[in-house]
Design a protein around this ligand. Sequence first.
Ligand SMILES: [Mg+2]
Length: 410
Amino acid sequence: MKITGAKVFVGGPGKNYVTLKILTDQGVYGLGDATLNNRETLPAAYLRDYIIPNLIGMDPRNSEDIWQFLYRGAYFRRGPVAMAAFGAVDMALWDIKGKLAGLPVYQLLGGKSREGAMVYAHATGSDLADLMDSIAHYVAQGYKAVRVQCGIPGMPSASYAVPERKGEGEGKNYITDYAGIRPKIETWDTGRYMRYMPGALMEIRDHFGPDLHILHDVHHRLLPREAAEFAKAVEPVGLYWLEDPTPAEDQEALRLIRQHSTTPIAIGEVFNSIWECNKLIENELIDFIRVAVTYAGGITHARRIVDLAALHHVRTGFHGAPSHSPISMAAQAHLNAWAPNFGIQEYLVLGTPQCDALFPSEHRLASGMMHVSDAPGLGVDFVEREAARYDYTPGSHPVVRLEDGTLWNY
Ligand SMILES: [Mg+2]
């Protein structure tokens, strides 16, 4: 069996999804997602210019050898651009493998460990009352877990993932990236955040009671000592997790947080290999690993991370921002169905009619639980005539500065 060709598409409804379609001499094709948010043309070029010419003639069933060929063969290993491109190839090969076997991918991984995988939604508000409305909206739909992000009184501009105007975030996939190459500048004030947010989280707990899983994302904004103080301050809230309390380049910083708090810590959405998280996992400095199957090198590599995490009581919480297409979300749904150490899945409803028309699938969400498709392979298709409607639109994440102009972490 041989790979005979492959195509890359960039575009989609509201997002520049990078979709890879690998074709074979037996008529079976596989789909992968290489979307790297706001840098989408780069993995697309990596695929077109370097990877696809090498794939032609290879046996698509040898997904492990092809992964090693791409990774070791690159010489300049890792990095989100390369790993997203490798991830797309790997997803497509698992899709082909499942279709050849007539089995959903989760069966190739070891079968189902659960009937449904808990997901969390994003609630956001320009102020606390606005956020409460947004949380109530998701609770009413049956969600068991909600990430909560709130405007901070006196903050010079909206804080992370928070709309500037009341009601803008409710029931929508509110995200803070912008069209255009030049980013919007946001202003951050750590003191105001540290003084306000623990109390706001406690009000949310009091209002919604003990059963709701409450998650909060600091989005890399705090220094290690501040993060330790914050994690300690929010202990009475009983968070499901505190996400990215500090940037994870300095991984020893997580030890300081651990020494001062039992609040569960989730990190890893910007990691792109096991080599960014193996020490965090082995030293049990985190509770949830947040890699994405896209830029952590596909199912083959993400599975290695999941297995290492399982040895150290670290559970999964795969990234699920709206920049992940239904193809990588499906790949994660199969891993979530199997992983013995599954925790939770970030999930923003992609289900617009346009998105469903482009990526038809039987994966379904009900009462805050994701139910994986039983169709062979990944269980998502890609309609090329729909894809022809969309173009690439440049976009950017905001850039954050302190009030005096000092550049900070988005
Ligand atoms: Mg996050």
